[in-house]
Each structure stands twice: as structure tokens, then as C-alpha cells.
Design a protein around this ligand. Sequence first.
Ligand SMILES: NC(=O)c1ccc[n+]([C@@H]2O[C@H](COP(=O)([O-])OP(=O)(O)OC[C@H]3O[C@@H](n4cnc5c(N)ncnc54)[C@H](O)[C@@H]3O)[C@@H](O)[C@H]2O)c1
Length: 329
Amino acid sequence: MTSPILITGAAGFIGFHTALGLLQAGKHVVGVDNLNDYYDVSLKKARLRELDNFEHFTFVKENIANYEGMEKLWSTHGPFKQVVQLAAQAGVRYSLKNPHSYVQSNLVGHLNVLELCRYTEGFEHLVYASSSSVYGKNTKLPYAVEDRVDQPVSLYAATKRGGELMSHSYSHLYDLPQTGLRFFTVYGPWGRPDMSPYIFTKAIIEGKKVPIFNEGDMKRDFTYIDDIISGVLAVLETPPTKENEDDIPYRVLNIGNNRSENLMDYVAAIEKAVGKKAEIELLPMQAGDVKETYADIDETTHLTGYKPTTSIDEGIPKYVTWFKDYYGA
Ligand SMILES: NC(=O)c1ccc[n+]([C@@H]2O[C@H](COP(=O)([O-])OP(=O)(O)OC[C@H]3O[C@@H](n4cnc5c(N)ncnc54)[C@H](O)[C@@H]3O)[C@@H](O)[C@H]2O)c1
């Protein structure tokens, strides 16, 4: 039996798919999630039911911001030498409404995971989720990891950048091997109901208005979940190493599609997959949002062989098929 890999946020969209990918590869996975009600808890439970089909999957309901609970998890089911830290309070817009939940999950929770990794003998690799939102007011495209990331436009982005900085200090102080992944708008089956694929698909199917912000003048580097998972798994098996004594086993990588799509083309792909025209409602830009995202993934490809292959014309129909099947639409 291989030693267990811990996935935090295992009932979440990316955590579920990461767990599934590892289990299908024959790994032993322990998943933790507090199953909070930021969005429909029944979707999180349905994802867990899929994972429960695997013998080598164990789920523990815990809040990563609760250090005692996480210590107990580590001593009961660990120690974990590989950790994929995906538990977080996600969503840009909600950070205007409930800022404290971001600090608890994304900063206190992240520190707890760092502390537990720090004290694990022979620790191999912590891969944690950051976000393209850290690029904030940066306007240079495509976004490269060397670009400025000190001008966040939402508290969500600020906590994600804060997590990266905390991680850097732990790699520097304790030689903790870590990779931060800046995800770019991930979509696909089992996706989050607070994100645009769900909101647009549901509205088009129900013949309701589709809210389009910044009057449609937006671009996103939409990345299909299967591409993301192949990247996460490749990264996990490729921990950063020290080139010399002064080096730090730490890196941050972009994980996107390297194609920035017009929002209206993306809506058209959903219309085509649903087989119905959208009733568009053009709205102004929302606070905290950015106009365009576009990932430079050269380094990720160079280091791990990551190569996304799914265009929206291929990925959106797969999402819509899942949506209709899951929601019985
Ligand atoms: N989906 C995207 O497009 C995207 C883009 C950029 C970054 N990210 C990051 O990727 C990670 C995963 O995102 P996702 O889309 O799967 O989101 P998600 O909300 O579906 O998954 C996060 C999971 O973490 C759990 N969680 C939250 N706080 C917790 C806590 N304190 N303790 C235990 N569990 C907790 C939630 O219940 C949820 O199941 C997050 O860190 C997110 O910030 C996602």
C-alpha cells in the first residue's frame, strides 16, 4: 500500500477530481472538507459518494482552520508526505459579503496545513491552490509568474497572495518543498454552482436572463478540469529541489489553458450545446472582477510536461451533458 496523500477540500470541485484521478491511479487518498454551505451541500455530498466507491478513500469532516482537529487527522490517518491543499473560501464576489471566512480558511487554514507539513518527517511535497486573481491590476498579458502581484482587487485575491507568501517563508525557513498553482477559471462536470458555466447553462435552459458583466467586454482563460487534473498530478510528482545551499524548494506556477476566450464566444458555445439562444442582460463591471485573464504556462509545461488540449468547443458540451444529467434538466 502506498502512503496516503491528503487532499484538503476533497468535496469541492477541483478536490473531488484530484482525488478521483489519484484513486484511479491506485493511490491511497484521505480527503478532508468541512462541507460548508457556501454553495449547495448536496453537490459536495454527491461528489463524496462517487469517491466512496473506492476502497482506498477515507473522508474526514473537519475545518482546516481548527488546528486541534487537523492534528488529530494527521495522527489518526497520516502522517502525510504529499498534500494537495485545495480547501479554501473561493469566489471573488462573495469576499465583499463575508470577508472573515476568507481569512479563516485561506490564511488560518493554510497556516495549519503548513505547520503540520513542517513537523512531518521526510515530507515530500505540498501542492496548494493559488489563483489567477493574484494578478489583480496587472495589465501585461499573458500573465507570467514574474509579473507584479502586489495590487489585488479583491480580498479573495489578497488572501490567495497571502497564502503564497506564507508558503514561501515556510520553504525558506524549513526547507519545505512546495508548489503554488495559480488556477485560471476551471470548468467542467461537477463544477461549482457559483461560477458562470452553471449560471449561464441554467439560465439558458430555463429561458431566464443571462447576466453578462462589463457588457460582455471580458476575456477568460477557461481551463477544462481534465487538463487541470493532469497538471496537478504531474506537478505533485515533481517537487521542487534545491539547486544549491542558498536555494529554496519553492515555486509558483500558472495552470491555465493559454487561450484567452471572449466571454461572448463562451456564451455562444453554451447556447450551441444547450440548443437554445440566451436572453442576454448586459450589466456593468462588478467590484473585485478583472477584465481579462490569460496564462503564460511555458514554465509549467517545461517542468512537468503539462499541456492542456481541451478547447471550449470540446469542453462546454461535456459540461452541459453532465449538467442535464445531474440536474435532470
Ligand atoms: N475553480 C476555479 O476556477 C478556481 C480558480 C482559481 C483558484 N481556485 C482555487 O482552487 C481551490 C479549489 O477550488 P474549487 O473550485 O474546487 O472550490 P470549491 O469551493 O468547490 O472547493 C473548496 C472546498 O473546500 C472546502 N472548504 C472551504 N473552507 C474549508 C475549511 N476551512 N476547512 C475544510 N474545508 C473547507 C469547501 O467545503 C469546498 O468543498 C480553491 O483554493 C480555490 O481558491 C479555483
